[in-house]
Design a protein around this ligand. Structure first.
Ligand SMILES: [Mg+2]
Length: 371
């Protein structure tokens, strides 16, 4: 028996058959929906620049935002590529920070490319810039500490001098949600994020006076050196408003808002600060002469800053400081000019950071002290 089909019907059946086959293939594929969307997205985004093509659907991909002025930057980028290859990840997107873009623009491009993690390789300044882009997104931040202070890495108890491990932790570590600080340095002005501390007065003056040259020569001792040149100075009259409610007026040398409080050398500037409690710890430092600075130092070393000699710490959700004089301001150690107004707050659990898993910690320890 022969099937006598009108050629016109055949022409209708063939495209219908093809559509069905293609749809079945796409829907049947593992992670079908996501893959179909990715493919459609790729077809509609053919204009991506070289090296910025869409993430392969079946492989993870990292972006590395690296500060090329740090010693060892070239090696670390090469190591990151090698570890990604070894771990079965797609080749990482590599961005170098510049004077114009400290890392926020690069991290935004990485987000657009749909990477699985953005690794900030640099000092606290680079980390702050990358965090500005990642805050409020679900994309985690990996950290390769390459700076002078590396304060965020210290506060998160990350490995400081093992870049290979820092990269592995960025790829396969545990996701931890932490708070992000926000600061406004003028009324109604831009909101800047910070991960560690923002300060007004003495501490910011020290940051502004510490040169990059001294930092590379002396390490964090450079801050002490600049600090000693800044100790003698006049306290400033400020009004401090905690949580829009509790008001204090004082003569201060420094007001510091911290998301976490550990400094170099195990010093706890804000002993009760917790990076994921949704609260800001505000330290007011008010010595009037050199002798009282000794009291401040003793309070800090003895972890008594909460009710120490010429120091006071209060926890709050937000704080506004209004000063009679223009004072220097710093965000995570980056000088940010002078101001008479500083508002700070906290965005609870606003960023995901890669921290070592228990197994990774064990492996790192085993590497240091082989059994
Ligand atoms: Mg906190």
């Amino acid at each position: 028996m022969t099937l006598d089909l009108d050629p016109a019907i055949l022409w209708l059946l063939i495209p219908g058959f093809l559509v069905t086959v293609v749809a079945a293939y796409l829907l049947g594929a593992r992670n079908g929906g996501r893959r179909v969307l990715r493919r459609l997205h790729r077809f509609s985004n053919n204009h991506a620049p070289a090296g910025m093509e869409e993430v392969p659907a079946d492989r993870y991909r990292a972006a590395l935002v690296i500060n090329p002025t740090k010693a060892n930057a070239k090696n670390i980028a090469a190591t990151a590529k090698a570890i990604c290859r070894f771990e079965g990840w797609a080749p990482p997107l590599i961005f170098e920070t510049t004077l114009e873009d400290a890392g926020e623009g690069a991290a935004n491009e990485a987000l657009e490319a749909g990477v699985d993690v953005v690794i900030a390789a640099g000092g606290d300044g680079t980390i702050r810039a990358v965090a500005s882009a990642l805050t409020g997104t679900a994309t985690p931040m990996g950290i390769i500490p390459m700076g002078t202070g590396n304060l965020l890495a210290r506060n998160l108890d990350l490995v400081l001098d093992k870049p290979e491990w820092a990269i592995r932790i960025a790829l396969w570590g545990r996701n931890r949600d932490v708070d992000v600080g926000v600061a406004q340095i003028s009324r109604g002005g831009d909101r800047h994020v910070f991960m560690v501390m923002t300060g007004l007065g003495f501490d910011a003056e020290v940051m502004a006076k510490t040169t990059a040259n001294a930092k590379s020569r002396l390490g964090w001792l450079a801050y002490l050196e600049a600090g000693s040149r800044t100790l003698v100075g006049r306290p400033s009259h400020v009004k401090i408003t905690y949580d829009d409610d509790y008001r204090v007026s004082a003569r201060v040398r420094s007001v510091i808002g911290g998301n976490c409080g550990k400094l170099q050398g195990g010093i706890q500037l804000l002993p009760e600060a917790v990076i994921d409690d949704g609260l800001l710890d505000v330290l007011v430092v008010s010595p009037k002469n050199l002798g009282q600075w000794v009291g401040v130092a003793a309070s800090i070393i003895g972890r008594k800053t909460r009710n120490g000699l010429h120091t006071d710490i209060r926890k709050c959700h937000n704080v506004v400081i209004e000063s009679r004089d223009e004072l220097e301001v710093q965000l995570d150690g980056d000088p940010a000019g002078t101001t008479k107004y500083l508002a700070m707050g906290i965005l609870p659990s606003a960023i995901t950071v890669k921290v070592p898993t228990t197994d990774q910690r064990k492996e790192i320890r085993a590497e240091v002290w082989p059994v």
